[in-house]
Design a protein around this ligand. Structure first.
Ligand code: DQA
Length: 144
């Protein structure tokens, strides 16, 4: 079983960007751990990151078809206002889990709104990189 893990804008700067919020580990470090933990439960993960909304929309479209069982998505700030991502996710009949490293509800007001939650199966926020691990596990259990 294959799961696509999508990261949106500024998440390529993990490890450098606001370490007091997002920690010191890079996206590559985090992705390596996601792949390793996923492998232990028989899941293969592929990874995609972009700072561009259109590329993220296309990555969501790539979940259509037989290759992927589902998708873990941290849409970064696009979470809060991208109707294009909302529409893309609702066009794909596979489980999507919305994840956030930080607890968006304990931060600025604009982060309290997500325009993609309603079209995702679930939301995991505030658990750092563990948000991704739990999401991979949840998709695995959902599609089995
Ligand atoms: C984030 C939270 C968003 O509000 C923010 O814009 C991000 C990262 C998180 O993982 O906590 O870029 O999605």
């Amino acid at each position: 079983m294959k799961i696509l893990v999508i990261n949106g804008p500024n998440l390529n700067l993990l490890g450098v960007r606001e370490p007091e919020i997002y920690g010191n580990r890079t996206l590559n470090d985090i992705n390596a751990d996601i792949a390793a933990k996923a492998k232990e439960i028989g899941v293969e993960c592929e990874f995609f990151q972009s700072n561009s909304e259109g590329e993220l929309v296309s990555a969501v479209h790539s979940v259509l078809g037989d290759e992927y069982a589902g998708c873990v998505i941290n849409a970064g700030a696009y979470t809060h206002y991208s109707y294009a991502l909302h529409d893309a996710i609702s066009s794909v009949n596979k489980p999507f889990i919305e994840v956030h490293m930080s607890n968006v509800h304990s931060r600025e007001e604009f982060r309290h709104t997500s325009v993609i939650s309603a079209v995702c199966k679930g939301i995991i926020a505030g658990l750092g990189e563990n948000s991704y691990h739990l999401a991979v596990q949840a998709i695995k259990e959902m599609v089995e």
